[in-house]
Each structure stands twice: as C-alpha cells, then as structure tokens.
Design a protein around this ligand. Sequence first.
Ligand code: ATP
Ligand code: MG
Length: 536
Amino acid sequence: MLRRLYSTILGVPTGKLAKNIADLTTTELLMKAGYVSQPNAGLTHWLPLGLSTIRNIEEIIRKHHDKAGCQEVSLSVMSHQSLWDKTGRWQNDELFKVGDFCLAATAEEEMTQLVQRTADSYKKLPVIAYQIGRKYRNEKRPRGGLLRGREFVMKDAYSFDVDQSSALRSFEKMNQVYYDIFKELNVPFVKANADSGAIGGDLSYEWHFLSESGEDTLLECDACGVVGNVERVRPHITEGHFADEAEVSYHLTRENDLCLIYYPKGRTVNFKFLKDEDLVELRTDISSEEAVQTYKRSGDDEFRNIIRIMDVGVGPGTLLPDLEVAYSRSRMTTFEGVPLTEAQAGDGCALCEAGKLKSFKGIEVGHTFYLGKRYSEPLDAGFVDSEGRRQHYEMGCYGIGVSRLVAAIAEVTRDADGLRWPASVAPIQVDIVVAGSYTGDLGAVEKFCSQLDGLRYRVDATEGHLGEKLARSKRLGTPLQVIIGKQYPKIEIELRGLRRDLGKLESEVQQQNGVDKLVVDVEKGPQIVHKLLSVM
Ligand code: ATP
Ligand code: MG
C-alpha cells in the first residue's frame, strides 16, 4: 500500500540524521526526518510523509463532522474588503491584503454570506458548514512554521440556527464532535473554559494538548476538576481577606482622565476583565509611563479628574503605594471590589470554593465559540421565521489547527530516539523489516502482507544493517516494526508507539534493551498487528 514511499526521493531522508536527536526541536526533527520543509519563517512545504500524516488527521476530522451532519465546502482563499468592512475587521494587522482582497484568515464573513444565499427560511435550518484548507495570518512571531504559521491548515466550521436554544444544541453537538476527534487521535487532551478574545462570545472552549512547551497557561481545580485558560480564571477571594500590599498602574481614559489601577502586589491584571465591568474605556496605545507624562504635561494636574479602580483583593489594611502625580481628593472617583486580576497556582477555586488551583502548560489545538448574532447582524444575514418575520442567525464557529496538530502531536509523543505517532495518524503504521538472516522466500512476506488489509504498511527488504533499518523506522515514528529474520516462522514485533492497555496480550510483551517486543508465530502475526495498532 505505502510501498510507493520507497520510490520517491522527495522527503525520504537519505543521509544520517543529526547524531543527537534529543537535541533537535520537534520542528527540526520533522524537517530532518523528511516530513516538511520550511522555505521561509512561518511557511511550510509538505513532503510525502508529512502530507500523508496531515491527510490522516484530516480524514478523522472529516469523518466526525460528516457523521454529525455537517456539510463540507471549500471557499475561495480570497475575500473582498466590502464584507470585512461590515464587521469592522478589515483594519486587522494580521490580514494579508492583495489590493481590495485579503487572504482568508478565518471565514465568518464569507461563510455567513454564502449560507445566507440558500438557508433563507427557518425550514432550512440548522446548517453547519465546514471546510479544511489554508489560512493566512501575518503572525508577528511565527513558531516553527507549523505551530504558529503565516500560512497554515485549519478546519473551520460555522453553525447557523433559528434561536438561542437551537444554537446551543449545535454548540454542544460540535463539542461532542471535538471530543470524538481528539479521542480518536489518541493524544491526551483537555477542554478548557476559554477567553473568547476579540472575536468570540461568552461561551467558548479551548482544546489543548498538555505540553511543557505550550504557550498557554491553564489552571485546573483539584476538587471540581474544571480547567480554564488563566486569562479567564478569577481568583477566589475570601471575604475580609485582603493583600498586605498593592501595586498601582497608570492609564489614560479616552477622555484623557488619569485612571489608577490598584491590585495585589505580584498579581497580573487582565484588562479583558476590566472591559467586562464596563466602568471606563482605557487608551491602549500608550504605556503607563507615557500616561503619567501626558497627564502631567496636560496642565495643572491637581485639578484634573482621577479614577481609581481597586481590585477585590485590595481593601482595608492593604498598603497603597505613593502616587507619582499630584491630585485633588475632590476630583477623585473610586470603584472598589472590582475583579481585575488573574488567578494563579495555589489560589482557591472560585467555582467550587473547595479546591485549589494547579497550573500547567498547553498547546491550543482547537477552539469552539458560541457567537450569537455578532456576525449575522452586521452582515444582515438571516432567515424568515414561521410567522413570516425576518430574523438574524444565531451562530457558532469552531476551529481546529490541522497543521498545528501535526507538530503538536509530534511534540507531545516524541522521545530522544525520534517521532512516535499514534497509529491513527502515522503515515506508516507498520514497517515490515526483512533481515539479511532471513532464508525464506519473499512469497511468504507477500502472504503476510496480504493479511494487513486496511493498514498503512511498508516492506523494507533492502540490503543493509538490520539495526539501522529499525532505527530509521523508529525515528520516522512508525508505531510497529515487524522483523522477519532467522527465527522464521517466528517473527518479532517491536512496539515503538505509546500504547494503552493491551489486555491479555500484555503478558506476552518482553523487554529487551529497553525495547518492548512480542515474539509470535507468523500465522498469528497479522491478527496481533491489528490488535496492537488498535490501542496505539
Ligand atoms: P492562537 O491563540 O494560538 O493565536 P487563535 O485564537 O488565533 O489561536 P483561532 O482563530 O481560534 O485561533 O483558530 C482556530 C485554531 O487554528 C486554533 O485553535 C489553532 O489551533 C489554529 N491556529 C490559529 N492560528 C494559527 C497559526 N498561526 N498557525 C497554526 N495554527 C493556528
Ligand atoms: Mg491568533
């Protein structure tokens, strides 16, 4: 089936890999092992092995979306400014622009307009449409091309419903689709309450792989088990229990009044929390220092307005820092008890009030948003309801970073010897390695292979040292190596991939020089290979 991989030069590494694989970053490893190539920062060329890997992931994603009744489409990569003006997103510096068009960074605008053309009556709803394709974002700090690319592959889905309760059902359905996809990928994941940032609504989840190298910080409660992105989690403050000391930061409001934010020393203020409170609108274009300077320059500071905002953790008994500016108490407004800071490890959980939070790092691989009418209103997109009235869609959007998944899976599963794919995504699931010591004919090998139907396997009957052939297969991340050698009709199956419970077979696993292997009769071999792959 995958024997053709041998006939291609592209991407199959010929020379030796760097001596110390452990020292390679995962992106370097993917490049050296011939999966991808990186022509420029943030751009990726997919080579045969990488292409096969990403297609396997796409197939799993596609299967679960289709099963849930989602319809696959593929929109043009170019999108006209007029649509983005309506939603106020044209002035986004992540957009790549080509004249009056941008390269699609996401597709709420286009997809909403497309669905509007046909789903114009309540009878035709709900609709969930999705696509898998390339997206373009001018990321300031691309990482390794795959984790944070300027061009990357995304699965994006959009749901359109008649009302909120129906939209929430679509949202729940898509969360189930995500759960099933990540389960099948067979890499540990968490679903975290997410900050919905600039484009989301209030209800949103992020799907993460746990990894030390992740960019996101997650907090999990050790009692109720709820996980949240740190940007979303507020600390639990026991009543009457305030910080010993506070810090202050300086800001200007849109009216150029001075705004002072007091918060417990050492804590992180989250300005999205402040925004949620709707107390003031702060200028985001200047630093704390510039705010002070501008305020001082603007005249007699004693007579200007000052707005003080105190975090919930600041109260009676908290030592406040001296101010760098003169002020008049009569021109001062104070808001107290405002939740402004993020929780951190060791804090109590504000949700269950019983547990403590612990923190870990995650790589975001997916995101589900409930959007409401955020896009359908400005785009004036909707349908006619059962009473003949025109209404706007209730929407949701759902992304998976498909190319990011390739790197993220590689990152969390690799070890010092190379890649280590789960069977579900491995470009090659089994390497059948014929040793020089094998004295039988290749007909027997053919017969063995004929029972591997449905698996992605490859036969390596080339000349060469057995150890090197095995090491190459393992470096590429192939979960199983079957060795046909001098013990034939006994064959050896080496387990490279991570595995779940093998059941009865577990007792037959032997450990030799750090390698887990089974020695089995060739007759039973194919059946055992199928069984092993189903838990790897
Ligand atoms: P991030 O916070 O990592 O920038 P985002 O919130 O901008 O992500 P979405 O717009 O929700 O991401 O995109 C959906 C998914 O696409 C994300 O969950 C992520 O897995 C993936 N993704 C986003 N930006 C990139 C990128 N530059 N390169 C690769 N994958 C990406
Ligand atoms: Mg982003």
